[in-house]
Design a protein around this ligand. Sequence first.
Ligand code: IMP
Ligand code: MG
Length: 177
Amino acid sequence: MREVLRPLISADEIAKRVDELASEIKRDHKDNSITLICILKGGVIFMVDLSRKLDMPVEFDFMDISSYGDDVVSSGIIKIDKDLSNPITGKHVILVEDIIDTGQTLSHIYNHLKEQEPASIKVCTLLLKRERWEVQDVPPDYVGFEIPNDFVVGYGLDYAQRYRNLDYIGVLEFVEG
Ligand code: IMP
Ligand code: MG
C-alpha cells in the first residue's frame, strides 16, 4: 500500500482562520488572562500559532493522554500520561484540540479539568468531523473547520507519528501498488 496525500486546507487558509479564532477569543476574554491547555501532541502547532495572535496575558499548559483500542475505532478508555503542571482553579481556561472525531477524548478531558473548578472552560478545536461526532456533551466554542469523514494529517496531526510538520492539512489515502 502506498500513501497518497490530497491537499484539503492550505497553509494560507489555516493562517486566516487562526487569525479569526484569535479575534473571537480576545473578544470573549477582554479583561481576563487565559490559560491555553494543549493535548499533546496533535494540538501543539495550532496552539502555538493561535497564541501568537493573542495580544493578552496567556499561559501554556500541556496534557498527554493515551487511548486504548484499535487504530480506527476509539475505545473510549483514556489514560492520562501527563497531567497539568500548574493548578487551574479559578482560572479562565481554553482547551485547545487538534480534532474532534468521536468526541470521546474531549469529553473525558473536559470533565477532568472541570474537577479543578476553573473560573471558565472554553473549547477550541481546529477541526470537527461532524459526521463522526458521537459524544456531544461538550460542544466546542470555537471551531476552525468542519471536515468530511476522511483521515487527515498535517499541521500537528499525524499518521503513525509522521506528517505533523506539514504546514497544510491533507487527506491521507492508501492505494495499491
Ligand atoms: P476522538 O476521541 O474520537 O474525538 O479522537 C480524537 C483523537 O483521535 C484526536 O485527538 C486525534 O489524535 C485522533 N484522530 C481522529 N481523527 C483523526 C484524523 O483524521 N487524523 C489524525 N488523527 C485523528
Ligand atoms: Mg490527538
